[in-house]
Design a protein around this ligand. Structure first.
Ligand code: SF4
Length: 201
């Protein structure tokens, strides 16, 4: 599983107060100097005019089959998202997946809708109690809901639960909860590589 990441929050124009307040990418190892330096370096690379060409070369030379775009950070503007559209298009053997709240930024809507329709892209629009569901969802996109309160109604295709909720019994039926965040999934060692819910289909 390969990934490319950016500094969180500053590169997330569609962020909500809800997601920012519980963002895992502002905690733990993401606060170490090493990781912060690396993310700042990645951001500089992403601004280069030849970013897409270099990323295509990297994906091909590494034989990457699954690439997660942004474990931290997001598509910070339409030009940057268009660079990734070029990468997706030129690397048809690899599967790319991402979660984004940039769907909330009007200027980003066309390019996100375009890539959501690519056969090798799994696009997840991130939502929460503050954003609500996207009014329209392009073909191919699905919704990942961030649940931050145990009695909060949820929607979408997949639920991520904030840390304190992970052991809590849901009070109503939930869509699929990420098994990596559920006690049973953790007991059986489920991770993104052996789960594949987000990127296989
Ligand atoms: S463990 Fe599965 S559902 Fe959870 S993020 Fe990874 S691929 Fe998606």
């Amino acid at each position: 599983m390969h990934h490319f990441d950016l500094p969180a929050v500053g590169t997330c124009p569609g962020r909500s107060q809800v997601c920012e307040s519980v963002c895992y990418a502002t905690r733990g190892r993401f606060r170490t100097d090493k990781v912060r330096r690396r993310l700042r370096w990645c951001l500089r690379q992403s601004r280069r005019a030849d970013f897409a060409d270099r990323m295509v070369a990297e994906v091909r030379s590494k034989g990457a089959l699954v690439v997660r775009v942004h474990v931290s950070g997001d598509f910070y503007d339409a030009a940057y998202a268009a660079k990734w559209a070029s990468v997706f298009h030129r690397c048809p053997v690899a599967t790319f997946y991402f979660y984004t709240r940039s769907w909330r930024v009007e200027a980003m809507t066309p390019v996100l809708a375009q890539v959501a329709g690519f056969g090798n892209v799994r696009a997840w629009y991130s939502a929460d109690a503050e954003t609500g569901m996207p009014e329209s969802l392009p073909e191919g996109a699905r919704v990942a809901w961030l649940q931050t309160a145990v009695d909060e109604p949820v929607a979408g295709n997949l639920v991520f639960r904030d840390d304190p909720l992970r052991d809590a019994r849901p009070t109503f039926s939930l869509p699929l909860v990420c098994p990596n965040e559920a006690p049973a999934g953790q007991r059986f060692g489920v991770n993104c590589g052996n789960c594949g819910q987000c990127w296989r289909q």
